[in-house]
Design a protein around this ligand. Structure first.
Ligand code: PEP
Ligand code: CO
Length: 448
């Protein structure tokens, strides 16, 4: 197939292209049956919300807003609980407060929450206790349990995924609408993440300064400004990976355009972002804003081909380029990519994912990430954009509100010897709440 932005598209046209990272279902008929049922389900998000995010990202592309995207590497259905969702939302809100204060710009919050259930994998198989098993591909596909039968891809998990995403999003919306995120009362946000942190004072200062400004606006009756802080905008995102699922949630809207109604924002992963990719074919037909992961192996000609397919009209904010090179590779690669993207004229949002290029394995086989490597990539990313007269418009983190020990110090509350204590991730190592907030403060110093 010759992929082009002029070729007719439909939600299933991806099937004629190179499909990587898809599970091998035993029974295609049951996949079709599940997809038919999914296609009857109500949308999880609305066009108005998607277009509002598109507008916010247009601002971010122009340097007027800063994007904070974060959440789990792989959400598990079992984590769809009040406690887990509340604490994840809290971390994101607290980080965004610090970033808003530092940048003096509104923060766009996008969660890797409510649908981040499918994972690309580097290997097809893994060995557990001497037995070779198909890898875990996320709760949307198979079970994390290291049991051969449960590792078989199960189509009905797509329905479970939809229902867990719906429950998660419903709860987060209820929290936000109910005033949980009201900037008038950030003092009500549980501060346990920063108890004992060296940033405790700085956080209080940021919070007090923001509350003061709000009181001032109320005094002078700046009604519009007050309404803006009363409720925050929050958006849901996940990797558009499992294509039968994404296709089933894609609908033609009354305005004659197609949208994915399963999330506001979708991104294409590093492993599936290549020309002639089924994932690119799928994404080019939907109106939702789109992220593209870019790493050391990304070739700039390919990136340009993909960008022209996804954004033929050069719409500001349509594309967010999420770079994830690693602290030792960013200097070699980011400048060449910035150069080419600049020449192309696509008005993109640049985001830094300092997680995925900085994964390492400890002597006892645990996947981990060092906080200093994560911060070093952020610092270099920021400096390279500045040097090249470009703008870093956002950041992308894997984090959780639970007190896990998956990434470690030199700074923060976890040392390498603590890693085994609470290592729970279903996929990549995540920052815990305290580490995530620490990162926000370090980042704030760069952005000020
Ligand atoms: C991810 O974001 O969880 C991921 C798999 O990233 P990447 O595609 O950049 O490797
Ligand atoms: Co990950």
């Amino acid at each position: 197939m010759n992929q082009s932005s002029q070729t007719p598209w439909n939600p299933g046209s991806w099937k004629a292209y190179a499909t990587r990272q898809q599970p091998a279902y035993d029974n295609p008929l049951s996949v079709a049956k599940v997809a038919d049922e999914l296609a009857t389900k109500p949308p999880l998000v609305s066009i108005g919300e998607i277009e509002r995010l598109q507008g916010a990202l247009e601002d971010a592309a122009a340097g007027k807003r800063f994007v904070l995207q974060g959440g789990d590497c792989a959400e598990c259905f079992a984590d769809c609980t009040e406690a887990s969702l509340t604490s994840k939302l809290k971390v994101l809100l607290q980080m965004s407060l610090v970033l808003t204060y530092a940048t003096r710009k509104p923060t766009v919050r996008i969660g890797r929450i409510a649908g981040q259930y499918a994972k690309p994998r580097s290997q097809e198989f893994e060995t557990a206790d001497g037995v070779e098993l198909p890898v875990y591909r996320g709760d949307l596909v198979n079970s994390r349990e290291p049991v051969a039968e449960l590792r078989k891809p199960e189509p009905s998990r797509m329905l479970d995924g939809y229902h867990h995403a719906a429950a998660s999003l419903n709860f987060i919306r209820a929290l936000i609408e109910g005033g949980f995120a009201d900037l008038h009362h950030p003092e009500q946000w549980d501060l346990s993440f920063i108890e004992g942190s060296t940033h405790r004072k700085a956080y209080r200062q940021a919070m007090d300064a923001i509350v003061d400004s709000i009181r001032f606006m109320e005094t002078i009756g700046a009604a519009h400004a007050i309404e803006t802080v009363r409720r925050v905008d929050y958006y849901a995102s996940h990797e558009a990976l499992l294509l039968p699922y994404e296709e089933a949630l894609t609908r033609l809207a009354d305005n004659g355009l197609y949208y994915n109604f399963g999330a506001h924002f979708l991104w294409v992963g590093y492993r599936t972002a290549f020309p002639e990719s089924a994932h690119i074919e799928y994404l080019r037909g939907i109106q939702n804003p789109i992220g593209i992961k870019i790493g050391p192996g990304s070739n700039e000609d390919d990136i340009l081909t993909i960008m022209d397919l996804l954004d033929p009209k050069h719409r500001a904010g349509r594309l967010t380029l999420i770079t994830r090179f690693g602290e030792t590779a960013i200097e070699e690669h980011l400048p060449r990519i910035i150069d080419r993207v600049k020449q192309s004229g696509h008005p993109v949002v640049w985001s830094c994912d300092p997680m995925h290029g900085n994964t390492e394995t400890t002597a006892n086989g645990l996947k981990t990430r060092r906080l200093d490597a994560i911060f070093s990539e952020l610092e270099q990313c920021f400096a390279i954009h500045e040097r090249m007269d470009s703008t870093l418009g956002g950041v992308h983190f894997e984090l959780t509100g639970d007190p896990v020990t998956e990434c470690f110090g030199p700074f923060g509350d976890v040392q390498e010897s603590d890693l085994m204590r609470c290592y729970e991730t279903a996929c990549d190592p995540r920052l815990n709440g305290a580490q995530a907030l620490e990162m926000a403060f370090l980042l704030a110093r760069l952005l000020r």
